[in-house]
Design a protein around this ligand. Structure first.
Ligand code: TRP
Length: 457
C-alpha cells in the first residue's frame, strides 16, 4: 500500500463468502474464547453464567452483529463515517466515537494478556514446566507476572508485531493464516479435551460447566455475561461495521453472522471442557481469575505423552488467534484516522500503537507494582476491562440496534439484509426487527442500570 494514498482507495472487499467468514471469525476468535470465557465462568460460579452467556450471545450479540453488517455494507465506510453517511443530520456518529475509545480500552489490557501468551510459547519450548508437578504451574505464572519487566517487554513485542502487520498491509495474509490455522487450534483443543475429560475427577468439571445453580445469578453476573457476549463476538464498537463495509452485495449477511456465532461459541465450550476438568483434577481454584488459562493448560499438557510439543503448538496457535483479533481492534482507529482525518496509515498505526503501549503499561503493571493502586475499587487492568466490555460495548449495542431499527427503518433493513428480496429470509428478518427495535435495547438498558445500581429491578 502506497504511503500517502487514502485508505478508501483500497476498499477492495472480500472476494468470496469463505473470505467473509474467515475474516469475521478471525476477529471473533481470540483470547476471549480460551482466556476470558473460562476465567469469567469460573469467577461467576459456572453453568448458570454459561447459560446467561448463551442467551446474551443469541438474543443480543447475534442481532447486533447483523445490524453492524447492515450499517457497514450500506455505508461502505469506517464505523464513524458510516453513521454520518447514513444519517448526516444527527449525531449518531458518536456511537462510532465510543467505538474508537473502546478499541483503545480493550487494547490496553488485551496486549498485556497476548504478551503472556507469546511468552508462554518460549516458556513451554524451553522446558520451564519440565521438572514441576502439574499442580505447581501457578508458581511459574505468578513469578512471571509479579515482575514488571518481562510482561512489559512482551506487551511491546505484541504491539510491534501487529503494527508491522498493519503497516505492511498484510492483514489479508494474517486472515488467510488464521483461516488455515483455526482448524488446527480446534484439533488441539479436542486433544486437550480428551485428556482433561479422562483425568480423575473430571466429571466435577463438566458438571461445573453445564449444571446450572440458578441461585448464583446476580445483577453483576448478568452484566458480566452480557459484556462477555459483546467482547467475544467483537460487536458493539464498530469492528463488524468496518468488516461489513467490505462484504459484497451478494453475500448472505445473516447466515454469515449465524455461522460466526455458532463456530465461536463452539470454540469457547471446547476451551471450557479442557480447563474445568483440569481445575478439579489438580485441585486448582475455578475462580483463580485472569491466571486460570495459564495454570490449567500447562497442567493438562503435562499429564499427556508428548505434552511439551503440543503445549508449544497450543500457545503458538493461541498467539496467532489473539493476533488476528488484535488486528481487527487496531484497524478500527487506523481506519478512522486515515479515512476521516486523512492521516497516512503508517502514521495512524504508529500513533495508535504508541498510545496503547504507553497507557497499556498501567494494565500490565497491575499484576506487579501497581497491584495495590485501585481506581473505583479496581486495578487499572480490571478497570479497562470493565469499562470497555461492561459499559462501552453494551452502550454501543443499544445505539446500533436503535439506529438500524428506527433510523434506517424496516424497509431499508428488509431490503439490505435480504439482498433485495433474493434471499427469502423475510420471516427471520421480521423476528430480527422486533429484537433490534424493542427487545435488545430494553434488555441491555435494564441489565446496565440494574448492575450499576442506578435503578434496581
Ligand atoms: N472477540 C475477540 C476475542 O474474543 C476480541 C475482539 C476483537 C473484540 N475485536 C473486537 C472485542 C472488537 C470487542 C470489539 O478475543
Amino acid at each position: 500500500m502506497g504511503k500517502h494514498e487514502p485508505y478508501h482507495l483500497h476498499r477492495e472487499g472480500f472476494a468470496t463468502s469463505l473470505g467473509v467468514l474467515a475474516a469475521t471469525l478471525g476477529s471473533a476468535v481470540g483470547l476471549g474464547n480460551i482466556w476470558k470465557f473460562p476465567y469469567l465462568t469460573g469467577q461467576n460460579g459456572g453453568a448458570a453464567f454459561v447459560l446467561l452467556y448463551l442467551v446474551c450471545v443469541f438474543f443480543i450479540g447475534l442481532p447486533v452483529m447483523i445490524s453492524e453488517f447492515i450499517i457497514g455494507r450500506r455505508a461502505k465506510a469506517n464505523c464513524v463515517t458510516a453513521f454520518q453517511k447514513l444519517e448526516p443530520n444527527r449525531p449518531w456518529y458518536l456511537t462510532g466515537v465510543i467505538g474508537v475509545i473502546s478499541a483503545f480500552l480493550i487494547m490496553f489490557f488485551y496486549t498485556d494478556v497476548a504478551g503472556w501468551v507469546y511468552s508462554y510459547i518460549f516458556k513451554s519450548a524451553s522446558g520451564a514446566f519440565a521438572s514441576i508437578h502439574p499442580s505447581e504451574t501457578a508458581k511459574v505464572f505468578n513469578s512471571f507476572i509479579s515482575s514488571p519487566y518481562a510482561p512489559l517487554f512482551w506487551q511491546w513485542v505484541v504491539l510491534v508485531v501487529i503494527s508491522v502487520i498493519i503497516i505492511a498491509g498484510v492483514t489479508k495474509g494474517i486472515e488467510r493464516m488464521t483461516k488455515t490455522l483455526l482448524p488446527i487450534l480446534f484439533v488441539l483443543l479436542v486433544i486437550c479435551d480428551i485428556r482433561a475429560l479422562t483425568l480423575p475427577g473430571a466429571a466435577k468439571g463438566v458438571a461445573y460447566l453445564f449444571k446450572p445453580d440458578l441461585t448464583k445469578i446476580t445483577g453483576a453476573v448478568v452484566l458480566s455475561a452480557l459484556g462477555l457476549a459483546f467482547f467475544k463476538l467483537s460487536v458493539g464498537m464498530g469492528c463488524m461495521t468496518t468488516y461489513g463495509s467490505y462484504i459484497g452485495n451478494n453475500e448472505n449477511m445473516p447466515r454469515n453472522a449465524i455461522r460466526v456465532v455458532l463456530a465461536d461459541t463452539f470454540v469457547s465450550i471446547l476451551a471450557g471442557l479442557a480447563i474445568f476438568p483440569t481445575v478439579f483434577a489438580f485441585g486448582f481454584k475455578p475462580d483463580a481469575g485472569a491466571s486460570l488459562l495459564f495454570i490449567t493448560i500447562p497442567a493438562v499438557f503435562k499429564a499427556m505423552p508428548g505434552g511439551q510439543i503440543f503445549m508449544v503448538l497450543f500457545f503458538v496457535l493461541s498467539a496467532i488467534a489473539a493476533t488476528g483479533a488484535m488486528i481487527s481492534l487496531l484497524e478500527v482507529p487506523v481506519a478512522y484516522l486515515s479515512e476521516q482525518h486523512n492521516w497516512s496509515r503508517p502514521a495512524a498505526t504508529v500513533l495508535s500503537a504508541l498510545v496503547m503501549g504507553v497507557i497499556g503499561i498501567l494494565a500490565t503493571l497491575s499484576t506487579s507494582v501497581l497491584s495495590k493502586t485501585l481506581v473505583l475499587g479496581k486495578t487499572f487492568f480490571d478497570l479497562f476491562d470493565f469499562v470497555s466490555s461492561n459499559i462501552c460495548l453494551p452502550l454501543g449495542g443499544i445505539f446500533i440496534c436503535l439506529f438500524v431499527g428506527w433510523v434506517l427503518g424496516r424497509r431499508v433493513v428488509l431490503d439490505e439484509a435480504s439482498n433485495h428480496g433474493r434471499l427469502n429470509n423475510e420471516a427471520f428478518l421480521h423476528i430480527y426487527l422486533v429484537v433490534v427495535r424493542y427487545v435488545a435495547p430494553v434488555a441491555i438498558l435494564i441489565v446496565l442500570l440494574n448492575a450499576l445500581g442506578i435503578f434496581k429491578f
